[in-house]
Each structure stands twice: as structure tokens, then as C-alpha cells.
Write a protein that binds this ligand. Structure first.
Ligand SMILES: [Zn+2]
Length: 426
């Protein structure tokens, strides 16, 4: 049975609003409510999902529609169901209310990334309902814990249940929303992302009495190191991908705007500083947490070497957590399809390969051999402050732009499965 496109659109928006109303703020996560919601919708269409819960309430869901040709690598549609915390008092509307106003759906997760979760769900349901059979498996993964490093979500699945999430290709966040540069429009498609190395740096010096000031204390030393770290840029390295991205934009690395700097170097940001326990005691120890980010081609070791050059040999450096960078080839049929359909959907715009300075679940799926792209298309108005709404106050998704993206997304996925829109929709 083919589905009316208008119903498909309406139900996608309904699912998005329902998902926003489920508070899956991480921490603590509580993704089970989202997994149960998705499981009910899938079971109603006789798709039986697998639920994985490494610790209570932290549930990820995976479902699969088998394709005709098992020799062809599967396509996985991936999203995470957790969201970052809100400062409710600074929102204009209820963060978990899913209000419709000013042409937008408002709420935490509207952009990052319950919108794609709703799109993936509806696409799966529509395909099943239509009875159309793709030539390769279509896998749906809606996972926990992305916003806290993926330990209980994608990373857990990759390490403990690889058979569920092994795919040839993955479509995940982040990419394909309109980027305005001068008079031109671009759609950055994520093909690479940086890794992270979170480091605890500790210095020690003799403690003392607060009434006897000294300049050689742990706090003074740490203050000096933090200043040095925030003022010393790490070594610039222009990867072929970034050179390509910049040339598509008509720029050269030397003159690229600040937005691109994190894509051309490892970076480090001090994020938590701790020292002292009593107002009249000079403490003997100071620590800082460093949020380090690594370019494709780098690893923990090369990052620590570079960090040492800035902070010197004495501070103790301990890695708290880390995950490698990832980079996929953009010389693939899927990338060419994404590019062609995106450019056709917004004539005059250009789709370009892109590196995300942050991290997504793609880095884990990459470890199972998948080619991962960030493709969550949304057409934006130039006035929409989209980038700042990621993890920001008043997160909201423009409905018209989302529906534009939905059509493009469905078109790309069905075409890659060897189907056409008419096989599934009327
Ligand atoms: Zn996200």
C-alpha cells in the first residue's frame, strides 16, 4: 500500500513532537522512554526491534528491514535519542513542550537530533507499509548516550553487539543545512569528524599558610599553564579534505575565517579547574580538565606529544577518555548521490564535503568499516541562527525547511536502496 505524501509529512512532525515531549536529558539519559515509543510504533507495523540496555533505563534500539540482495552492504539510518540539559528559565517556550509557533517546532532535540530520529522512523514504517523491497538492508539505530561520549550507546553497540549495527554506509548527523557565505548557499555534508582526548592535568607544589604569600604555588603554576594553553595555537595541519572544502568555498587555508581554524589543527580547551579546600590554606595541588580534539591522522600519542610541547615535562597528564577521529571517502556513489540530489533540491546551491570539529556516533560505526556521512538536510532562511541553536536556548526546527529536507532525505535513501519515491508514496 503506497502512502500519501501529506500523511507521511504530518506523521513525521507528530512523531518529532512526541519525541521532544519525552524528557531524555543526559545526564541522566532515561532513553528507555524514547526507545519504548519507537518500539511501539515499529511493532504496530510488524517490524520487531531489538532493545539493548547496558544499564537500566539507558536503552538503544536497532531494527532492520531485509533487502533483496544480501551481498550488498546495508544502509543504516542513525540517530541518538538523548539530549543535552536545558536552562529552562532562559527559554521563551517550554523546552519539552514541542510548541508550534513562528513556523517552527520548539524544544530540546528539535535539531539535535530527534528530527532525524522521527524521519528515520517514518521512512522505515513507510517502506514496510508499502511492501517495496530495497536491494540492500535498511537498518534503523536510535541510540542512547551520544551527548555524554556514547559509552552506553553507539560505543557499547559497536563493542558488544557489532552484528546489529555493522553496515556498509551510515547516514547520521550532522550536515546538509544551508550555510550562507556571502551571496552563496552551501550544504556541508559531513564526511569527517575530529577525535577527542580528555586529559586531566595535575601540578603539585608545597602547600602553605594563606598569610604567607608565595609565587611558586600549585595555583600560580596552573594559572600560568592555563594562560599558556589558551594563548598558544596548536600546530596547523591542512588535510586534503579541508583544502578541498576551502577551495569549494573559494578560500585558501591562510585566509580562512575563524570558523575553520579548529578544522586545521588539534585543539585543547581547559574546561574544569580545581584547587583548594580552605580559605586560609595554599593548596599543594591543582588540576585542570583539558578537552582535547584531534584531527584525522592523529592519535592519543601524537596529541599528548604536542600538548607536552606547550606545558613542559613536569605536569602529570592522565587520559580520562578518548575516541579516535574518523574520515570517510567522498569518492563514493552515495556521496555523489547526496551531492546531486541536494543541489537539485536547491538550484544554485553547492553541496560540499565537511569536517565536524565535534564528535558524533559516526566515529564508532566507522570502526566496523562503515562509510559514514552526516546528512540531516534542512533548508534555512538566512535569518535563522541555526548553528547557535545546537545545545542552545530556544532550540527549534523550521517546519518548512524540515519538510524540504525530509523529501530530499527520503529521495536519497530510496534511490540508494534501488527504489523510487513512486514505489512507496502516492
Ligand atoms: Zn547530536
Amino acid at each position: 500500500m503506497r502512502i500519501a505524501w501529506e500523511n507521511f509529512e504530518r506523521q513525521t512532525l507528530d512523531h518529532l513532537r512526541a519525541l521532544i515531549r519525552l524528557d531524555t536529558t543526559n545526564p541522566p539519559g532515561n532513553e528507555r522512554i524514547a526507545a519504548d515509543y519507537l518500539a511501539r510504533a515499529l511493532s504496530a507495523e510488524r517490524i520487531e526491534p531489538v532493545l539493548i540496555e547496558p544499564v537500566p533505563l539507558r536503552t538503544s534500539l536497532v531494527a532492520r528491514l531485509a533487502g533483496r540482495d544480501r551481498s550488498k552492504a546495508g544502509l543504516m539510518l542513525s540517530s541518538h535519542t538523548d539530549v543535552v540539559p536545558v536552562e529552562a528559565s532562559r527559554w521563551t517556550r517550554a523546552p519539552f513542550g514541542a510548541d508550534l509557533a513562528d513556523g517552527c517546532i520548539w524544544g530540546r532535540g528539535a535539531i539535535d537530533m530527534k528530527s532525524k530520529c522521527a524521519m528515520d522512523l517514518m521512512l522505515m514504517l513507510a517502506l514496510k507499509r508499502s511492501g517495496a523491497l530495497g536491494e540492500r538492508d535498511l537498518i534503523l539505530a536510535a541510540v542512547a548516550d551520544e551527548e555524554a561520549g556514547s559509552e552506553l550507546g553507539a560505543r557499547h553497540l559497536v563493542e558488544h553487539h557489532p552484528e546489529l549495527v555493522k553496515a556498509g554506509f551510515v547516514l547520521n548527523e550532522t550536515g546538509a543545512f544551508t550555510l550562507f557565505i556571502g551571496e552563496r548557499r552551501f550544504y556541508p555534508i559531513q564526511v569527517a569528524e575530529k577525535g577527542f582526548v580528555t586529559v586531566k592535568m595535575t601540578v603539585t607544589a608545597s602547600p602553605g599558610h594563606g598569610s604567607m604569600p608565595r609565587s611558586d604555588t600549585a595555583i600560580a603554576w596552573m594559572a600560568d599553564l592555563v594562560t599558556r594553553l589558551t594563548r598558544t595555537p596548536m600546530r596547523r595541519r591542512v588535510t586534503p579534505l579541508i583544502r578541498m572544502t576551502l577551495s569549494e568555498l573559494g578560500m585558501v587555508p591562510e585566509k580562512a575565517p575563524p570558523l575553520f581554524r579548529p578544522m586545521m589543527a588539534n585543539t585543547v580547551s581547559p574546561t574544569i579547574v580545581r584547587a583548594g579546600y580552605k580559605d586560609n590554606v595554599i593548596p599543594g595541588e591543582a588540576t585542570v580538565i583539558l578537552d582535547g580534539r584531534t584531527l584525522p591522522g592523529e592519535d592519543e600519542k601524537s596529541f599528548l606529544r604536542e600538548l607536552r610541547e606547550i606545558v613542559g615535562p613536569e605536569p602529570i597528564l592522565e587520559i580520562i577518555k578518548s575516541a579516535p577521529p574518523a574520515e570517510a571517502s567522498f569518492d563514493t556513489p552515495l556521496f555523489r548521490l547526496i551531492r546531486a540530489r541536494t543541489e537539485a533540491a536547491d538550484p544554485g546551491a553547492r553541496a560540499i564535503p565537511w569536517m565536524l570539529p565535534g564528535a558524533t556516533d559516526s566515529k564508532f560505526y566507522t570502526q566496523l568499516g562503515a562509510t559514514c556521512y552526516g546528512f540531516t538536510p534542512v533548508r534555512l532562511d538566512p535569518k535563522m541562527p541555526f548553528g547557535s541553536l545546537y545545545h542552545g536556548n530556544d532550540e527549534r526546527m523550521p517546519i518548512e525547511g524540515l519538510l524540504w529536507g525530509l523529501r530530499l532525505y527520503v529521495d536519497v535513501v530510496l534511490t540508494f536502496l534501488g527504489l523510487q519515491l513512486e514505489d512507496v508514496f502516492e
